[in-house]
Ligand binder design. Sequence first.
Ligand code: NAP
Length: 487
Amino acid sequence: MTGQERSEEKSECVSLSPMMEAVPAPPESERVCVFGTGDMGRSLGLRLLQAGYGVVFGSRRPHSSSSLIPHGAQVLGHAAASQSAHLIFIAVQREHYDFLVPLANQLKGKVLVDLSNNLRKNQYPEANAEYLQSLVPGAEVVKGFNTLSAWSLQNGPSDANRQVYICGESVEAKQAVIAVAIKLGFSALDQGFLSVARELEDFPLQLFPQWRLPLRIAIGLSAAFFFYLLIRDIIYAYVTQSKDISFRIMVSLANKVCPIVSLIMLSLCYLPGVLASFLQLYRGTKYRRFPDWLDRWMLCRKQLGLLALGFAFLHVLYTLIIPIRYYVRFKATERTVSVIRENRTTQFDTTTAWRGDSYLSLGILGFGLYVLLGITSLPSVINTLSWREFSFIQSKLGHLTLLLCTAHTYLYGWNRFLSSSTYKWYTPPGYMLCLVLPSVVLLLKLLHTHTQNNTLSVMTALSLRGWLPFNHRLPCFWDQKPTITFN
Ligand code: NAP
């Protein structure tokens, strides 16, 4: 750098704090540089200042940027700013990275943190961080902080995502970035080499990836059962009896769809675990990958379970408002009046009372356990449980929840299963259809436990006879990736 250039750089230097000149500058290890005074650069700079770092911004126009940057920071031209710190955050869009090429010599040996994201997947042939590394080969590029938003940086980690994912080739460079992340209050997760950068860049483009399939299933099931019940309950009454009971769509129909979808989705939570157990038993080993579809299914069990809980909750709300419905109050009054007018006496039916109470009680117990499963799927609660406690709740109590909710539905059907009037237009009612899957899951689970116990006895017998080595590993339920529903 010539003397003239140096004096130009000096004249470009702007300190926002008049105290800065009096206060000695922090050592280089405590100083960081941020290229770019946009939203991300300013938010990051603010948090770095709050964490006690000295912050020097690198900008194309230090003078005009000076009014924007946080109080206490300095702003210089890029070349001068890069000299002030070992760690430089690049808060500039990838399209403009070529401004770094003339600075390649000054940036040699520095750690460059690439914050950039893209507008869509596969926008460029290589990851932004790899592109940056190719422009400045002498620097150590680390990808990181890109999964945070400028907003969350301003609000602090308590108000948003606490995790910072990083990757890069140099262990020392990554450690330096991790140290900054921790000091800012984030937990840093090292994802490996720079080749992972593309994955990290795609991360902010994803919209609830694990919720997509469960949401589609929930919407599909709700729509299918809604139309099925609309035809069976409302249109059937209109066509065969010329009765308009379309008002039932709002509460009665909704209160049928919700428990049906909830029970099917709860079964879908437990079905992949049971299928995986059978697959392991069939293969005789746990050391083989599950098919991709089963893997994907297992990975979204928590979301399936939480959606099932949501539908169960709606069912409870709809059920609680039944007594205040106009239709119900009208029917009750009409019945009472007709009993009085006709001077009839009605007999108390103990069987019906038993059935009604059992049906309600099983529903309440099932919902109580449902809520417990939901609560224990919260990360803060999971952290307080041992693996065994978590497994006990999610697997054992989870299957018990399925059993209680299934029994609740069987009791709802009671003797109507055998009555021909139930099958309007030869179609079974919705609750009958929704019992198929949970019954299959519970039967398979029973069968699996039985088969596993039998296999265990056979293997033990074989081992005792010396036909099998004693240390032969029997695949068991717990050997799978967590078979947990709401994990
Ligand atoms: P921005 O508000 O548009 O700011 C970008 C900054 O880059 C500008 O203020 C400018 O700073 C500098 N710049 C623009 N053109 C330049 C050029 N030709 N040469 C050199 N520098 C130039 O963008 P941003 O939202 O802060 O985002 C910055 C980077 O962070 C992007 O790569 C983005 O993907 C990433 N990011 C942003 C967020 C977010 O929430 N905003 C979250 C994660 C990651 P000077 O005028 O001071 O030179």
